[in-house]
Every structure is written in structure tokens, then in C-alpha cells.
Design a protein around this ligand. Sequence first.
Ligand code: PBG
Ligand code: ZN
Length: 327
Amino acid sequence: MSLPELIIRPRRLRNSPTLRRMVRETTLSVDDLIYPLFVDETINEPVPVSSMPGVCRLPLAHVGKAVQEAAALGIPGIILFGIPTHKDAVGSEAWNDEGIVQQAIREAKNAAPEICVIADSCFCEYTDHGHCGVLHGEQVDNDATLENLQKETVSYARAGVDMIAPSGMMDGMIAAIRTALDDNGFSNTPIMSYAVKYASGYFGPFRDAVDSTPSFGDRASYQMDPANAREAIKEAMLDIGEGADMLMVKPALAYMDIVAAVKEATDVPMAVYNVSGEYAMVKAAAEKGWIDEKRVVMETMLGFKRAGADLILTYHALDIARWLNDE
Ligand code: PBG
Ligand code: ZN
């Protein structure tokens, strides 16, 4: 039997590492990484997060060292989450100029002035009920929460933050924050909006890490329905219209179609959040020896880039930076 003559042979370009390098379409760089840090006002020593091996809550005194470690590896940005001692119904610690995140911002900027310090701006870590804003009955009151978000973000700006990242999925949050920042002399502080954030089971380990599991109900009345894709474009466009400098899609792995669609529809830099549950699954399987952690993590990151992400928030950031720097 004779075979047909093959003119086009894709394997020709896979024949050596050099050729593969020359035709590679997507790259991952340390420049793409943002490293999340949990700062806990109630502790004096780092406390491991059991569902996130390799991740600790840090006391304020350890923030500088952690930020320097990231900066030394070439990581350009960190994002801060705070766990305050005092929680109340509205989350008023969030706009205390001496609050835990405000202090952590100052520590981080002192330790590594060149690193981009981003503050996650929400209320679920600060409220005693764990919801992302002020309650009116069992619902989060959108507009009352916006007023508090203005106070919170201006306070972070006064502490010296480089970028604000509101994650509460309140309508109008970008316009409210932009106005407040501009009115207070911070018109150069950029906003990275968690514009497209789904009500996800993948946030489970994070809520353990920061004690923000809602005491009743869920976040489905403000975070997006996982079934919706067109609505992601609506949310992205609204936030750009309100002045968002960058967008985020979150979670990442189950939403790659959304990442690609938002990238296609917009013209601002886009981040994806490789969230706690995605991290926990990889760590658990790797601990059992069922997957090759480095290989799977790098493949996943490349997938985010291929889908269109410009930046990746990930708990793997230090490991990835080391692997890239070793190459
Ligand atoms: C707070 C916030 C959450 C995450 C980032 N900011 C949790 C939530 O909405 O419940 C999740 C991060 C992760 O899972 O790694 N609004
Ligand atoms: Zn929240």
C-alpha cells in the first residue's frame, strides 16, 4: 500500500528545542505575576493556611521581608488582603488610617519602594457577617457600600498604595472610587477592577484564610452567575466606561472562554486571578504524587496567557519566578 505524499508536516517545526523556541506563540515572564499576601492583625508569627500549602497569614512585622523576597525575584506587584482584629456590621476598620492594610501598605513601600503595592478593596474581611458591604435586611445595600468604599480607598491612597483593586462587585464601584480618589488628590492612582467576578466555589480556601465566609446566605446577589458569558462583556464595558484602568476576570481556570472574550472586546490590560481553590487542587494532587507540580503550574499559566491574560494573580508566584529565573 502506498501513502499519500505529505507536503504539510507540522512536526517539522517541533524537531528541536531551538525550532520550538523560534515558533513559540506565547511566553510567560516574571513581569506577568502579582503575588497575593494575607496580613493578619491578630497574630505575631506566620500562621499556615491549612487548605493552601505554602501560604501563610503574616503578622505586620513580616510583611517587609515577604515583599522584599518577591521583589528580589523580579515580581512587579503584590496584592494585600487584611484580617483586622476588630470587625463590625459595616466594616469600619477598612477606612481606619491606622488599619492593618494601611500599615501593611506603608511597610511594603518602605521595604521595596519599586514594587507595585495593590490593595484589594472590599469589606468581607472587615464585616462581622462576612458579606462584601453594608446590609439592609439580608441584602447588601449597593449605594451605602459605595460611600464606604470611597472612604476605604482614599484611606489606602493616603497610606501610599500604588493601585486600588475593588473586589466587591457593587454596581458603580469604579465611578465612585474614581471620583473619591480624584477629589482627594489621587487622580494618578490607577484602578484594577475585579470587573468579572463569578459567585464561585473556588473561593473556599481563601475564605478560610481570611475568615470571610458569609454567616448566612451566599454572594449570588452581587457576584456573577457562572452560567453567564455575555454579561461578562457588559460588566467589563461598564467598568471601562466608569474609568477602570485594568480589568480582572476571576476565577481563571473554569472561565478561560470569558478571559478570551473580555480580551477581544476591550482595550485595557487584563488580569486573571488564579484563585485559592485552583491552587489548593494543584497542591493536593502534587502532594499525593499524582501530578508534576511544576509542569502543571507552568502549563496552566501559559494557558492563561494564551487565553489573553496580561497579568496573573497567583499564589504560585514565588515558585514560578524561581523556575523562570533558573531557566
Ligand atoms: C473578597 C475577595 C475574595 C477573593 C478575593 N477577594 C473572596 C470572595 O469574594 O469571597 C478570592 C480569592 C481567592 O479565592 O483566592 N471580595
Ligand atoms: Zn468581598
